[in-house]
Design a protein around this ligand. Structure first.
Ligand code: ADP
Length: 229
């Protein structure tokens, strides 16, 4: 589902955030990306949804899209296959819960009837069917993140990228969000999650990729957050 070979990302200010990354992630996997602040986790996941362009690399493929060759006009097609969830939710403040989720389908030209059915389906999945008419500022952080997850999966992407999705949430709410991401993964979506949350990584076990200084320094099936405690 995701393949990187010798991928490099150097920012225009001269910082090399990703040095020489090679990794293969199969369909249906759940992968944590861990590592110290500034190690390149965010850059690594941004390369997967073409928020950043690779500077060099032999291969960078996500859901069959060749991201080394993709044209700007084709990026919307990539985004149908790759949903993204952020630490700060990035909901549209003047749109209701329903509208925030529906918008992701409207922009790709789905029909109103299909939109209504699917939006209610995903809001039900994230447990927010009763909040359809509410605006983001009337929601708790956990609820906002549920809406953002609903928006990310409404177009049934093959891959879900989550960049520190629990970074702004308390421990209990973080666990609930994790259960939701796990459920989505259980339905077949490949999940890649950059995180600092040791409790989560150590309790809900999945493959762990540890990044340090732009390189993968550990790749462990069902790993812990740190090698040594
Ligand atoms: P992490 O997510 O692990 O904290 P990042 O990928 O955000 O790491 O950052 C990796 C390195 O790249 C850091 O040194 C950071 O300062 C730098 N960096 C990140 N984004 C940019 C940018 N847009 N321009 C220049 N440097 C950046």
């Amino acid at each position: 589902m995701i393949e990187m070979q010798n991928v490099v990302k150097k920012y225009s200010n001269g910082t090399t955030a990703v040095r020489d990354l090679s990794v293969t992630i199969a369909a249906g996997e759940f992968v944590y990306v861990v590592g110290p602040s500034g190690s390149g986790k965010s850059t690594f996941v941004k390369l997967m949804y073409r928020e950043e362009k690779a500077t060099a690399g032999k291969k960078l493929e996500v859901a069959k899209h060749d991201l080394l060759k993709i044209k700007n006009r084709d990026v919307p097609y990539l985004r149908r296959d790759v949903g993204v969830v952020f630490q700060d939710f990035k909901l549209l403040p003047k749109k209701t819960v329903y509208e925030n989720v529906a918008y992701a389908m409207e922009v790709i030209g789905k029909k109103p009837r299909e939109i209504q059915k699917r939006v209610m389906e995903v809001l039900d999945l994230v447990g927010l069917k009763h909040k359809v008419r509410v605006f983001p500022d009337q929601l708790s952080g956990g609820e906002e993140q549920r809406v953002s997850i609903a928006r990310a999966i409404v177009n049934t992407p093959k891959v879900l990228i989550a960049d520190e999705p629990t970074g702004n949430l308390d421990p209990d709410t973080s666990m609930e969000i994790m259960k939701l991401l796990d459920r989505i993964n259980g339905q077949g979506t490949t999940v890649v999650m950059a995180t600092h949350n040791k409790t989560i990584v150590d309790s809900i076990r999945h493959r762990v990729l540890e990044i340090d200084n732009g390189l993968i320094v550990r790749d462990e099936a069902e790993g812990e957050y740190e090698l040594d405690d």
